[in-house]
Design a protein around this ligand. Structure first.
Ligand SMILES: [Fe+2]
Ligand SMILES: [Fe+2]
Length: 250
């Protein structure tokens, strides 16, 4: 695991005050329940700190388990966004050649993935989190996946997007739930939450929503007409889960 210093982590995530819990805590206690990754984003709790910002004064460190969670999660996010960029890069030429009207959609999704990749590159560099050792493997695999599904046709390319975004959407949902639970615990203890943590949650939520938008685009463009749909999406989703699992560890 990458050894981010305790002081750096501390500045990243939590500031503490000695005052009593904020007035917003009571409403937070009533609403903070998320149970499944498939849950609609609209049901997420809205901790006061995430919704309204923070005015904390003093820092305290994350636990070792929280540090490890962030190392793994942000490493996976960065390599996942690299893979997304490469998938769309490989898909775009064959798809646009056969279906020129899809050029704006492909560019839109590519541009959003490039933005996600830039953000997570910035975050892992800032906090000195090492990229996964699997990085070169995923580069080859993502390009091969993008190109091969595009050659199979528009429906297969969209089925690829549907499968990938389903997995990555659940992956981001799990992170949002975990980070919101941290924030709730901090607020329950009467601590103010650091701006960097609240900003991280906001950004992951926004990115998650864009991934789910891609999923909707894929379904709207006949992803489920791909043949063989079940086999194709099953293999791709299994591959995504394996890649996430491996990238968390190495
Ligand atoms: Fe993305
Ligand atoms: Fe995406």
């Amino acid at each position: 695991m990458f050894a981010l210093t305790a002081r750096r982590r501390l500045a990243l995530y939590c500031t503490t005050t000695v005052t009593s819990p904020s007035p917003a805590l009571n409403s937070l206690r009533q609403t903070a329940t998320i149970t499944t990754s498939a849950e609609s984003p609209a049901t997420e709790p809205k901790p006061a700190t995430v919704e309204h910002g923070t005015n904390g004064k003093r820092s305290r460190p994350l636990t070792r388990e929280q540090e490890q969670f962030l190392d793994s999660a942000l490493r996976v996010n960065q390599t996942g966004e690299l893979a997304a960029v490469l998938i769309y890069s490989a898909q775009t030429p064959p798809i646009v050649k056969a279906h020129p009207h899809l050029r704006p959609l492909m560019k839109h999704m590519y541009d959003q993935e490039a933005g996600h990749f830039t953000y997570f590159n910035h975050i892992i560099a800032k906090h000195r989190i090492r990229p996964t050792a699997m990085y070169p493997i995923w580069q080859v695999a993502a390009t091969a996946l993008g190109w091969s599904t595009a050659v199979m046709g528009r429906e297969a390319a969209m089925a690829c997007t549907e499968a990938v975004e389903t997995e990555i959407g659940e992956h981001y949902n799990a992170q949002v739930r975990e980070l919101l639970a941290w924030i709730k615990d901090m607020e329950d203890r009467g601590e103010e939450v650091g701006e960097e943590l609240t900003e991280l949650v906001r950004r992951i939520r926004t990115i998650r929503d864009e991934e789910l938008e891609h999923l909707d685009h894929a379904v709207e463009h006949d992803a489920k007409e791909a043949k063989p749909y079940e086999l194709l999406t099953g293999v791709i989703r299994g591959g995504c889960r394996a890649a996430i699992w491996l990238s968390e560890k190495v």
